[in-house]
Ligand binder design. Structure first.
Ligand SMILES: Cc1cc2nc3c(=O)[nH]c(=O)nc-3n(C[C@H](O)[C@H](O)[C@H](O)COP(=O)(O)OP(=O)(O)OC[C@H]3O[C@@H](n4cnc5c(N)ncnc54)[C@H](O)[C@@H]3O)c2cc1C
Length: 330
């Protein structure tokens, strides 16, 4: 006898965060569940292109309404402020309480700056239209410390005038920011400080190439320079790219176990929280050790759909879908 699944029978899944992990999970789960996507931004920010915002204003953000049209995914433009795994509820900063059967935690990560930088306009997708200013005593001056998340404000700060600019961090984010700045801000004297070797983790040939390219653009590179705090850096503008921190505050407050080494949510091979299996974590917030080597929306979907809506494992459709899901999620 044929079975039909109505919308009411479907599980309610809340996805927290509309970055790469959250947006993919929401889109892949939508045919099989009622999906609510919570993210304060009305744009999907291409974070891997965020450094480009130091040189040009557009290009790294796509309207969520366009990406979600016709998918059935409901977007709630609010910030999740609390997670209650016992009552299976999410609270948002504008006072909504939303229930779920399953939850996907995809709140990503952000640059960790060893100082209070709450004044930074760092919400992904938010492009400030003026240089942020800070007060010290009776005087007011332009903000001095920036990150990849505040690249739009950095563009405005450096688009006129000249001065000394120091990028702290010799990893890929620091290198990309230094290269964009050197190319687009020839009037600025640009230096890159790094505690270890430049581009650690790359091959010797790769490191040489990066060094040569940056030096050809006029960037001065100083290795073996461990910086504890941007306050101690002698420069007009400091770009901090030395460390990232996973956004796991809500998970930790809710009692989800974190991986002691990485500080990310501890998950099993199917990306389920090891303490709260009804919650899956993906992307930068997850300490993922899946057989695929990276967070996979396909793994999440295998856990959630009602059996009646899932194609049989041997069908060509499921094989193609699984391949697509795997490749697009990695
Ligand atoms: C400049 C730069 C270049 C990079 N280049 C590369 C690269 O070339 N290759 C690569 O593999 N990786 C790169 N990365 C890393 C990559 O961007 C991350 O690994 C990836 O974005 C992680 O995806 P995610 O979905 O976990 O989180 P994110 O993409 O960070 O998305 C998290 C989402 O959660 C939302 N959010 C946060 N808090 C809340 C809340 N309380 N409530 C609701 N929503 C919230 C945010 O608005 C955001 O939309 C780069 C990073 C940077 C900064």
């Amino acid at each position: 006898m044929a079975t039909t699944t109505t919308n009411r029978d479907k599980q309610q899944i809340i996805v927290l965060g509309a970055g790469y992990g959250g947006l993919l999970a929401a889109l892949r789960l939508a045919p099989y569940a009622r999906v609510t996507l919570i993210d304060p931004s009305d744009h999907f920010t291409e974070r891997v292109r965020q450094h480009e915002l130091v040189a040009r204003p557009a290009g790294a953000a796509l309207a969520l309404a366009d990406l979600l049209r016709g998918t059935g995914v409901r977007h709630i433009p609010s910030r999740a402020s609390a997670l209650d795994p016992v009552g299976r509820q999410v609270t948002t900063d504008d006072g909504q309480r939303l229930g779920y059967d399953r939850l996907v935690y995809a709140l990503g990560s952000r640059t960790a700056v060893p100082m209070d930088h709450t004044a930074l306009p760092d919400a992904p997708g938010v492009h400030p239209d003026s240089v942020p200013r800070v007060s010290t005593g009776s005087s007011e001056h332009p903000l001095r410390v920036y990150t990849a998340e505040s690249a739009g404000a950095l563009r405005l700060r450096t688009q006129s005038g000249k001065g000394a600019l120091t990028v702290v961090g010799g990893g890929l984010t620091g290198i990309e920011l230094a290269a964009e700045l050197a190319e687009s801000r020839p009037a600025w004297d640009i230096r890159l400080l790094t505690a270890g070797p430049l581009a650690a983790g790359q091959s010797a040939r790769g490191r040489d190439h990066v060094r040569g390219a940056l030096e050809a653009q006029g960037v001065r590179i100083e290795e073996g320079r461990k910086v504890e705090d941007p306050a101690g850096v002698d420069a007009d503008v400091v770009v901090w790219a030395a460390s990232m921190r996973p956004n796991v505050g809500l998970a930790a407050d809710a009692g989800l176990a974190l991986d002691p080494e990485s500080g990310r949510i501890a998950v099993d091979a199917a990306l389920r929280s090891i303490t709260h299996p009804e919650i899956s974590a993906v992307g930068d917030a997850a300490a993922a050790h899946s057989p695929l080597g990276a967070p996979s929306a396909w793994v999440v979907r295998q856990r959630f759909p009602p059996a009646s809506t899932r194609p049989p494992p041997s069908s060509p459709r499921s094989t193609i879908e699984n391949r697509n899901h795997c490749t697009s999620a990695i």
